[in-house]
Design a protein around this ligand. Structure first.
Ligand code: GFP
Length: 799
């Protein structure tokens, strides 16, 4: 956008006066941030409005991305960067005597997600706008983010993340677009005398109001502004009398209270289902309304609208869309079904069965009776049609209603034209194993779309020192075209460039070291290897394997304090789901290991362990640029893709990886000599599954080193972990090590010894690091969304 510094300064001061009636010198950083944010929103609003009108005028096909999670993090810098005024605003504010970084810091992370799933959704939002593609996010405006993690005595404590206390400057409430969503009651079908059609009649439904809050998704210097719509819940005036007590009203408000209500109770599960239907129904209702404004025949709706089901949570979209088309728009069933399948598409994000949701039939029937009737009809027609073509067992295994449950992934696959995985190996596993039955039914629907990351955030915003070196070395074209980073390959043997990159890394390490000291009091040296594992805490991601490595080094050093190893700082960032007790035990053990090692003088600072609390996007922006080593150590076949692996390699970290998820594509991109691969591959893992002959106890018992290391969990070496240490030990021994941690132990230790050697050869390390950065461009989510746009959604760029 065109703006002079002087104009900006004037606008900013005016905004502060209007909003708070104060002078810059009196304002605190929250007030300054809010004034700045609201000004930026005004700058954006013209394009935002114009783009919406243009989409309408051109009858542009739009992709609606339905996701229960969005994890944008902070938006100020990203908006400024994309508008092309980041430097101008920074300078302008500093000239006014204000500290830009401090103002930016005042923004609360929008943390409406858990991990990779939500972050991917936000990367896609950024990339859709930045590639000029008409995309529209649809989710829930949770009053509280995931949770604020603190450690007390090493235990994870979950505090509410009240991100809305000072308001959300970026959102706009769109009152005129509110819709009602219907739950409960009874539904029966009455024949319409004139048309002979069956019309649903609702008795005693509970009607709730969905109110949208829109946030602008600003494209990178292309004047494209898309929309992220998050729904909040209210009680419609007509229903007010039904809720006399504050408690009853509060229960309704709580529907959009938190992401992932505890699903260990029936009530918690029911609440999740309400959330899922609530935002799906609200989103689809407005989409159909919007389509109708185009005055086109309803059966062509798929030509103007694509609906994407991100993971199974919004799968009810299939049945809800059918309800709207059949009940409200009067379409024939078969015509409506055709339009639905052509409109919908689905991404699977995991092969873990726990994440392929199933809901008890009775719950669905009671909560959304009309939608349940429609699901029954879809299921019935599916069985009838498929039974003429396929073997009865296969049909039985793939139907939506089985064993008294509604299988959400089945609904999503049957009701859509595309099912994709998120990395090559994962998409193959879907076809060959996990969803093989469906692949037999619909081979043409299956495809791969390897994940990507919003490169601008993970380089230009979070890693300015690296960005400067890139500018100086290869020019600035990489800033708008990620793949141009590959130009850096021409300098792979240039010692001068390597050295500059190493200096940039050092600055980032210093920034992280300062942060670590500030938050934990632990002093770390930037000469040490910064070894990073940041991701959701889960047994398959194998934080426990990292722990075994740390304990082995600790024991080695205790035995031989003179042992020459390059010093290492192990840095963890992870949240454990509140009811996932094993994951919480891992956190406690890591924290106690940190206490033990960081305070043991004999270790002479050769090892440090830091678990940084409250891992979120903003913290990732500090950790990722500083990493030397990226830990991607899931059991092969289990990590669908991973995206921290991409961010870390782009930032020059060397990956220690199993052949899992997108690690394989990273290996192909950088070459085998620039990544350190270890452990079993997926075929070996599946061989164990077939032969059922994995015996963790035998592995443990026949290996003295491993035994010695593992025993530290239960023999008192690590203080204060009696219960948790036992829990980890039992998971590995008593319950036979579900994720083959012990089987990969030695290979992992060897990989780490290789890292030690490589790190000591500075020239070699720096070259490897450069090659990783140079090949990071191909993991840009700009590229990924273009593939979705062409192959799945059929949308074209506006700009
Ligand atoms: C999940 C999968 C990851 C995948 C992301 C995005 O992330 O492998 O990269 O979804 O597709 F596990 P988490 O929610 O587990 O972090």
């Amino acid at each position: 956008m065109k703006l002079t510094k002087e104009q900006f300064q004037k606008d900013f001061k005016d905004r502060l006066h209007h909003k708070f009636s104060i002078e810059t010198c009196d304002a605190n950083s929250v007030e300054l941030f809010q004034s700045l944010g609201s000004l930026i929103k005004t700058y954006i609003s013209g394009d935002w409005r114009e783009d919406r009108l243009e989409q309408q005028r051109n009858q542009q096909k739009i992709a609606f991305y339905f996701s229960i999670e969005f994890l944008p993090g902070k938006m100020l810098k990203s908006n400024l960067l994309n508008l092309g005024i980041l430097d101008l605003v920074r300078d302008g504010l500093e000239e006014l005597g204000l500290d830009f970084e401090q103002i930016a810091e005042a923004e609360k992370d929008m943390a409406l997600g858990n991990g990779g799933l939500g972050r991917l959704a936000s990367c896609f939002m950024d990339s859709l706008a930045s590639t000029g593609l008409p995309g529209f996010g649809n989710g829930i405006r949770y009053k509280y983010g995931l949770f604020k993690q603190e450690f007390i005595d090493g235990y994870q404590v979950e505090l509410p993340d009240a991100w809305l206390t000072t308001g959300n400057i970026w959102e706009v409430r769109k009152d005129h677009e509110k819709v009602d969503v219907c739950f409960e009651g009874h539904v029966w079908l009455k024949e319409d005398k004139q048309t002979g059609r069956l019309i649903p009649v609702y008795e005693n439904p509970r009607i709730l109001r969905a109110v949208p809050y829109d946030t602008a998704m600003v494209g990178f210097r292309n004047e494209q502004v898309n929309n992220l719509r998050l729904w909040d819940i209210e009680i419609p005036e007509s229903e007010e009398r039904k809720y006399y007590s504050i408690n009853e009203r509060r229960q309704i408000q709580d529907i959009t209270g938190v992401l992932y209500p505890d699903d260990s109770t029936y009530e918690g599960r029911r609440l999740r289902l309400i959330q899922e239907y609530f935002f799906t129904s609200a989103g689809l209702q407005t989409i159909v309304k919007r389509f109708k404004k185009l005055n086109l025949p309803i059966e062509t709706i798929h030509e103007k609208i694509a609906v994407h089901i991100n993971d199974t949570h919004p799968s009810l979209a299939v049945a809800e869309f059918m309800r709207i088309l059949v009940d409200e728009e009067g379409m024939e069933w078969s015509q409506a079904w055709l339009a639905t399948v052509r409109t919908m598409s689905y991404t699977n994000h995991t092969i873990m069965s726990e994440a392929l949701e199933k809901w008890p039939v009775d719950m669905v029937k009671q909560l959304i009776p009309r939608v349940y009737q429609i699901i029954e009809e879809i299921d019935h027609r599916f069985v009838t049609e498929m039974s003429t073509k396929f073997d009865g067992d296969l049909v039985e295994r793939t139907r939506i209603l089985r064993d008294g449950q509604v299988h959400m992934a089945h609904l999503a696959i049957i009701g859509s034209h595309s099912t994709n995985g998120v990395a090559k190996i994962h998409s193959d596993l879907l076809k060959d194993v996990v969803l093989h039955d469906f692949y037999v039914l619909y081979p043409e629907r299956f495809n791969n779309k390897t994940n990507g990351i919003a490169l601008r955030r993970w380089s230009q915003i979070s890693n300015e020192p690296l960005s400067q070196v890139l500018d100086e070395t290869i020019g600035e074209s990489w800033r708008s075209d990620a793949e141009k980073i590959e130009l850096l390959m021409a300098y792979k043997d240039d010692k001068n460039v390597q050295e500059k990159l190493a200096q940039a890394k050092k600055l980032n390490k210093q920034r992280l070291a300062d942060y670590i000291f500030k938050t934990t009091g632990v002093k770390v040296s930037t000469n040490a290897i910064f070894d990073v594992q940041v991701k959701r805490l889960h047994a398959y991601k194998r934080q426990q394997l990292k722990l075994l490595h740390i304990m082995k080094l600790y024991l080695d050093l205790k035995q031989n304090p003179e042992l020459e190893i390059p010093p290492r700082v192990f840095i963890f960032g992870a949240k454990a789901a509140p009811s996932y007790y094993y994951a919480k035990a891992v956190i406690k053990v890591i924290n106690e290991v940190a206490n033990l090692i960081n305070n043991d003088k004999k270790i002479q600072d050769k090892l440090k362990v830091v678990f940084l609390p409250n891992y979120n996007v903003s913290l990732a922006e500090i950790i990722v640029p500083a990493a030397d080593v990226s830990e991607q150590i899931s059991l092969a076949s289990k990590e669908a893709s991973g995206t921290s692996n991409m961010k870390l390699m782009l930032n020059g970290a060397i990956t220690v990886a199993t052949l899992d998820g997108a690690n394989i594509e990273i290996k192909d991109a950088v070459g085998e000599e620039n990544i350190v691969i270890f452990g079993m591959d997926k075929d070996r893992v599946y061989q164990y599954y077939r032969e059922q002959n994995y015996n963790a106890y035998e592995v443990y018992n026949s290996d003295l080193t491993l035994k010695r290391v593992l025993n530290t969990f239960v023999d008192g070496t690590i203080p204060n972990i009696v219960r948790e240490g036992q829990e980890l030990f039992d998971a590995l021994i008593k319950y036979n090590d579900e994720y083959f941690t012990l089987a990969d132990f030695h290979s992992y230790i060897e990989a780490q010894e290789k890292i030690d050697l490589l790190y000591q050869d500075k020239a070699k390390w720096n070259k490897m690091s450069l090659i990783n950065t140079a090949n990071g461009g191909r993991f840009s989510s700009d590229h990924t969304v273009k593939r979705y746009a062409e192959d799945i959604w059929g949308i074209v760029a506006m700009k």
